[in-house]
Design a protein around this ligand. Structure first.
Ligand code: ADP
Ligand code: MG
Length: 296
């Protein structure tokens, strides 16, 4: 006579039956479904390999369970990371390991490594990266942003043009509040390329509203090709620029990068680009840069 099968899915009020009364063969058959129900996808996907490895290493039951859980935790962490990286909207992948400090002697490596600990993000401080085009500002923004994501902080990358364009549109369409709230949400907001392109007249006021909202709450990592003394020109309003800088710089780390564009350096090395007659090859000032290359 066929054995009476115990239902695998417990209903409210039921207790788990004694092992000897359970149909283990049926449980094994239902294992996939149970792992799915418990959202243990990594264990389900790699079950055979994980069990083989556990057997090969002669793990006891507790050790084997820990081994399976570790695989699930690692997979969930990997998924969280890749999701958070996608949400952050980085324009490309750059890392601190990939940054050649020797190529940019004006940067103190220990300062950047200290920033990579993300203590400043935990404290709600800001970082301002200043320097001419091509010296690695966006590279460092992305690299530091990825460090923050890896430490569990919410991060959003945007450009000054995109951000201010969105706020101006919000003001015109009556959705400014929603957009300000959206840009206030991430623990770290990265704003790239302030100062490259002229801003709309009301942009300074809108930017001020955002910076005030984030002040001492969330961090801003901002880069600009213009020194802060010129930000009144960038925003077209001295009072607004002073108010923005007052909040931005209050708890901040300013990194000023001087020197040659890394892009031009690479081009010079490969012989594709030569300084103009009379121009200096060691200083960016006498060299007319080519149009900005599209990043890949
Ligand atoms: P910026 O934002 O200051 O204009 P980028 O960060 O876009 O400059 O740098 C231009 C390119 O050169 C990027 O591909 C970047 O990864 C690379 N780069 C810049 N500086 C360095 C560096 N010191 N080491 C490695 N790559 C660099
Ligand atoms: Mg850049």
């Amino acid at each position: 006579m066929a054995r009476q099968k115990q239902p695998v899915t417990a209903t409210a009020g039921t207790t788990f039956p004694a092992a000897e009364t359970v149909d283990i063969a049926q449980l094994v058959e239902d294992l996939d479904a149970m792992l799915t129900r418990l959202r243990l996808g990594a264990i389900r996907e790699q079950l055979d390999a994980l069990l083989e490895e556990a057997a090969r290493r002669e793990l006891n039951l507790r050790e084997a369970l820990a081994w399976l859980c570790a695989a699930e935790v690692a997979s969930k962490e990997q998924r969280r990371l890749s999701m958070a990286m996608t949400i952050a909207h980085f324009p490309f992948v750059r890392t601190l390991e990939g940054f050649e400090f020797e190529a940019q002697p004006s940067i103190d490596p220990s300062k950047i490594r200290d920033l990579a600990t993300c203590r400043w993000v935990a404290n709600g401080d800001n970082v301002v990266l200043l320097g001419p085009p091509g010296v690695g500002k966006t590279h460092l923004e992305v690299a530091l942003g990825r460090e923050a994501v890896a430490r569990g902080y919410t991060v959003q990358f945007t450009t000054a043009m995109e951000l201010l364009g969105s706020l101006v549109k919000g003001q015109q369409q009556g959705t400014l509040e929603v957009r300000l709230a959206q840009y206030s949400k991430p623990k770290l907001l990265i704003i790239d390329e302030l100062g490259y392109l002229p801003l709309e007249p009301q942009a300074g006021h809108l930017f001020f509203q955002l910076i005030s909202r984030r002040y001492e709450q969330g961090s801003v990592l901002i880069s600009s090709n213009r020194p802060v003394e010129e930000w009144d020109e960038v925003f077209g309003d001295q009072v607004v620029a002073a108010a923005i800088l007052d909040r931005l710089l209050h708890h901040s780390h300013v990194v000023t990068i001087r020197g040659d564009s890394y892009r031009l350096r690479e081009k010079r090395r490969s012989g594709l680009f030569r300084p103009q007659a009379g121009g200096s090859s060691s200083s960016g000032s006498g060299v007319k840069p080519p149009p900005p290359a599209k990043e890949v």
